[in-house]
Structure formats: structure tokens, C-alpha cells
Design a protein around this ligand. Structure first.
Ligand SMILES: Cc1cc2nc3c(=O)[nH]c(=O)nc-3n(C[C@H](O)[C@H](O)[C@H](O)COP(=O)(O)OP(=O)(O)OC[C@H]3O[C@@H](n4cnc5c(N)ncnc54)[C@H](O)[C@@H]3O)c2cc1C
Length: 487
């Protein structure tokens, strides 16, 4: 059976070490920087029990006693892959696309690893059985896993072992009875402080000499030595939901995660001292494509939401029927439909998993989304800001002004539009500001550009994995069709 929101919230009270503003956070469920956002995640779990959503969000899998979250399913057919996409869509709509690392994100990658466990059979360590057991345990417990794959930005020109100290980047420092001890840090742990476990891995290609840094494993968030240093909280600064409706409820937190002599039992290790396996774990299984499938579906939802905001703003300003504004809305609709088309196309054109089980999203189309999403997002924000004008800024500082009779009277007179009294207009423009211009919005702009890595990594990878020869051959055929002297 899938968890309830209450089960999830209870599991957060386990002594995990989270640092914010120089203080240790004692209880996420009551702390002003986290309480509403963890409640939003609890609501996702509760959705899996609602008759309206449970069929889409859960699935009875062979070999499991109870239905599990759809995200853990290894899709065997195109229909099953589409069903997974539908589940991603329903959950993403609950946060309007602003919870990037909801529990289904990493769950889908774990299913991707489990679809091709043979990739984890390295020359000296075989993590395949551990991964299959991990997948089962995570699915049965309906657990929430985050991931930290990237080493801290210290000196990007140097290999892990060439950094100023040996264990700035996470590495194995000891083999002990029953497991290994790891030390070092990883960035950026989005939602890592809010989950049950963290998957630690590395996608960076490394030389065999860097084997100490080439690991993948999973540890409970509350493991001794796992320490989170959180970025500034947007939820804490938000104050009220009316003033910052997104920051206050969907701040999924990002943290530097320090692994300070953390013990990892062998059964939780998937790749050990093996740069090749670490690399292949993401690229030769459906795991990374599953990340993209999830991210692309959420992106589609987010563009639906943002386009909706643009439409409501244009209606509020009574500009909706002006031809140039129609062009702007048309552009936004076209971008939104591009985002949708990429999801539909990667599902419809799914491929068999090489050396594994089931089907995976179409690789070329998924990679197109990987490259286009980060370019599209700033354009969407820019277009809506142009449409909105000064209304995004001409807002009272707080909902309290609307409750203060004297100020409310002035706002009622001067902040309004046809069909919009001051409360309605202020409510809309505050939501728009939180999506487009607040600190939370700025973080989302950066998130959409980088959450699947840096362009200098994924763009060359697209060249490596695409049929570049077919394009060159077509251009070559044209060149071969004429000569210096016309025949
Ligand atoms: C809000 C947010 C949340 C994230 N959440 C997670 C998460 O939960 N888990 C996770 O694992 N990752 C997460 N990431 C992604 C990750 O942490 C990195 O930010 C991302 O992979 C980019 O790497 P980097 O920041 O180290 O950038 P770098 O690799 O340092 O690149 C930054 C820029 O430097 C230049 N550059 C650097 N090296 C080169 C080079 N060799 N050649 C050419 N140009 C270069 C490029 O201009 C590049 O765009 C998140 C990122 C963001 C922004």
C-alpha cells in the first residue's frame, strides 16, 4: 500500500541534521522554513489514496503484495510508459510544476536502474542484486529518495584527486566489516533534506586513477555524519500564502550535503571504485531517460500554468484582444505545445531497453527536450514579464494592507481593472510575481537551466548519441548532385 501524508510527515522526525541560518532545524513539520512545503509533499502521498487519482498514481505489480506508486513501475509496453507519464502529470499539476524533485522523480530512475541491473556488474564489484533489492524496498515502503551526483564547484579544471584536499569531493576512505566509510561533499541536494534516502552517485566521466571517487550507493537521510547546509529559505521569508503563494508552499529546499565519515553497508552499494560502471549506470540504463521523462512532463505542466498566468494578466489589463498581445499569447501556446509534443513523442516512439527489460522513452527525442527546455524557460518568463508591465511591481507589501481599512480604501480605488476589484487583481499579480520575479522564481530559472547538468556536458553527449551521419549524408547527397560546370 502507498504511504499516507501522515506516514510521510512522521518519518521526518528522525533526528536528521539540517542547518539553516546558523541553527539546527529540530522538526521540519513545524519549522517556518519547511512546514508548508513538507505538507505539500504529504498532500501528494494523500492523493494516491483518493479514488479520483489512485488508479493513475498506483499500480499492482507482479511479485508485490500491495499496489505501489506508479513511478516504481518498470514499463513493459508503450501503454505502461504512457501510464507512467500520466501519473507524473497528475502529481506535477498538484504543484503547478514547481516541485521538480517530488518523490516520483528519483523513483522513476530507480526503476530505470532495475530495468537493466546487469550494467552494475563491474569487474571487481557486482551491485546488480543490491539494486534490485533497493528497488523493491523503495517501492514497498513508498520511500522518497533524493539524489546528489555533482561534486562541489571548487576547481572545475582539476580531477577529483587533484583538488586541494583529498576528500573535498566525496570518496571512499575506508573498507570496514560490513561496508565502506565515505567522506566529502556533493551539490546540490534538492529536496534531500525532505526525503527518506539519498542516492549518491557520479555522472562525471573519470579516469581509472580516480576510482576512490567512483561510487554509487544509497543512505538514509538520518545516517550519522550526513549533514545538510541549506540555502536561504523562501518559505520562511514568504510570510503568508496570499503574498507568496508558490514560495510559501513549494520551496523544495536545496542543500550542500556533507558526508562526514558516513558508514554505508555493502548491501546499499551499487557501484564501487569503478568509473566505467558509474558512468554507464545513467547512460546505458533507462535511468537518465526516466529523469527526462519526468522532468519533461513537469515542464509541460509548468508552461501550462505560466501560459495561464499570461492569459489572466492580459484579461485583467484588458489587453487580451489587442493583436500584439494575441501574438504573445500565441507564442506562449506554441512553446507550451512544443513541451507537450516532446513528451508525447518520446512516449509514442519508445524503444526497448538495451540489455534489459521493458521499454524506455525515445532517446533522441528525450535528448531534444533536455536541450530545448533550458532555452525555452527564460524566453517564457521574458515574454510574460513584457506582457505584465508594471503591475508586477505596483503591489502592496502585504495582504495586511487589504485588511487595514484606510489603505484598503486607497487600494480599492487605484489598484483595480475591469472585472477585478483590488483584492482579485493583487492576488493575481502577487501569484505572477512569485512565478516570474521573486527569489523563488529566480531559483526556478536557474533550476530549469541546470537541473539536468551543464550544457557543456549534455550538448556534446547529444552529438555522441545521435545519428549525425544521416544528416551529413543528406547534405552530402545535395552536394554530390551538382558540379563546377553544370551538366
Ligand atoms: C537549483 C538547482 C537544483 C539542482 N538539484 C540537483 C540535485 O538535486 N541533485 C544533483 O545531483 N544535481 C542537482 N543540480 C545540478 C547540479 O548540482 C549542477 O548545478 C549542474 O549539474 C551543473 O553543474 P555545476 O553547477 O557544477 O556547473 P559547472 O559544471 O561548473 O558549469 C558551470 C558553467 O561553467 C562553464 N564550464 C565549466 N566547466 C566547463 C568545461 N569543462 N567546458 C566548458 N565550460 C565549462 C560552463 O559555462 C558552465 O555552464 C541542481 C542544479 C540547480 C541549479
Amino acid at each position: 500500500m502507498t504511504r499516507t501524508g501522515k506516514d510521510y510527515l512522521q518519518a521526518l522526525r528522525d533526528g536528521r541534521e539540517i542547518w539553516l541560518d546558523g541553527e539546527r532545524v529540530e522538526d521540519l513539520t513545524t519549522h517556518p522554513a519547511f512546514r508548508r512545503s513538507v505538507r505539500s509533499i504529504a498532500d501528494l502521498y494523500d492523493m494516491t489514496h483518493e479514488p479520483l487519482h489512485s488508479e493513475a498514481l498506483t499500480v499492482a505489480l507482479q511479485g508485490f503484495d500491495e499496489p505501489v506508486s506508479r513511478a516504481y513501475q518498470i514499463p513493459l509496453t508503450r501503454d505502461e510508459l504512457r501510464a507512467k507519464g500520466k501519473a507524473f502529470k497528475q502529481w506535477s499539476e498538484a504543484s503547478f510544476g514547481f516541485l521538480g524533485r517530488s518523490p516520483d522523480y528519483m523513483a522513476s530512475a530507480v526503476a530505470g536502474f532495475a530495468a537493466a541491473p546487469g550494467i552494475l556488474e563491474g569487474a571487481s564489484f557486482d551491485g546488480s542484486a543490491n539494486m534490485l533489492a533497493h528497488w523493491r524496498r523503495m517501492a514497498e515502503g513508498d520511500l522518497y529518495q533524493a539524489h546528489t551526483l555533482v561534486n562541489p564547484q571548487i576547481d572545475r579544471t582539476k580531477a577529483p584527486s587533484e583538488q586541494e584536499e583529498d576528500d573535498l569531493y566525496l570518496r571512499v576512505v575506508q573498507e570496514r566489516d560490513g561496508g565502506i566509510v565515505v567522506r566529502g561533499a556533493k551539490m546540490i541536494g534538492t529536496a534531500a533534506a525532505l526525503g527518506d534516502e539519498i542516492f549518491v552517485g557520479v555522472t562525471q566521466r573519470m579516469a581509472p586513477s580516480e576510482a576512490d571517487y567512483a561510487l554509487s550507493f544509497s543512505v538514509p537521510v538520518s545516517s550519522p555524519g550526513v549533514r545538510f547546509i541549506s540555502r536561504a529559505s523562501y518559505e520562511a521569508k514568504a510570510g503568508s500564502v496570499f503574498d507568496y503563494p508558490l514560495s510559501s508552499r513549494f520551496d523544495e529546499n536545496d542543500a550542500l550535503v556533507v558526508y562526514d565519515n558516513v558508514f554505508v553497508p555493502w548491501e546499499r552499494v551499487f557501484a564501487y571504485r569503478d568509473p566505467e560502471v558509474c558512468h554507464h549506470q545513467f547512460w546505458k540504463t533507462p535511468a537518465f531517460l526516466s529523469f527526462i521523462h519526468h522532468g519533461a512532463t513537469r515542464f509541460w505542466t509548468k508552461l501550462e500554468f505560466l501560459t495561464g498566468i499570461a492569459i489572466l494578466i492580459a484579461r485583467a489589463n484588458n489587453t487580451y484582444d489587442l493583436p500584439p498581445v494575441r501574438m504573445q499569447i500565441g507564442k506562449l501556446m506554441a512553446w507550451l505545445n512544443t513541451a507537450k509534443a516532446l513528451v508525447v513523442a518520446m512516449e509514442e516512439n519508445c524503444e526497448p531497453v538495451p540489455d534489459g527489460e521493458g521499454v524506455m522513452p525515445n532517446r533522441e527525442i528525450a535528448h531534444a527536450q533536455l536541450a530545448i527546455g533550458p532555452e525555452l524557460y527564460p524566453k517564457v518568463l521574458n515574454e510574460i514579464k513584457l506582457l505584465a508591465g508594471g503591475g508586477l511591481i505596483q503591489l502592496p507589501s502585504s495582504y495586511r494592507d487589504l485588511l487595514q481599512p484606510e489603505v484598503a480604501g486607497l487600494l480599492g480605488k487605484y489598484v483595480r481593472s475591469p472585472g477585478h476589484d483590488s483584492e482579485r487583481r493583487i492576488k493575481l499579480f502577487k501569484l505572477a510575481w512569485d512565478a516570474l520575479g521573486s527569489e523563488f522564481a529566480g531559483r526556478h530559472d536557474q533550476y530549469e537551466r541546470f537541473y539536468h547538468g551543464s550544457p557543456h556536458v549534455y550538448l556534446p553527449a547529444i552529438v555522441r548519441e545521435s545519428d549525425t551521419e544521416a544528416c551529413a549524408a543528406l547534405a552530402g547527397k545535395c552536394l554530390d548532385g551538382y558540379d563546377l560546370v553544370e551538366r
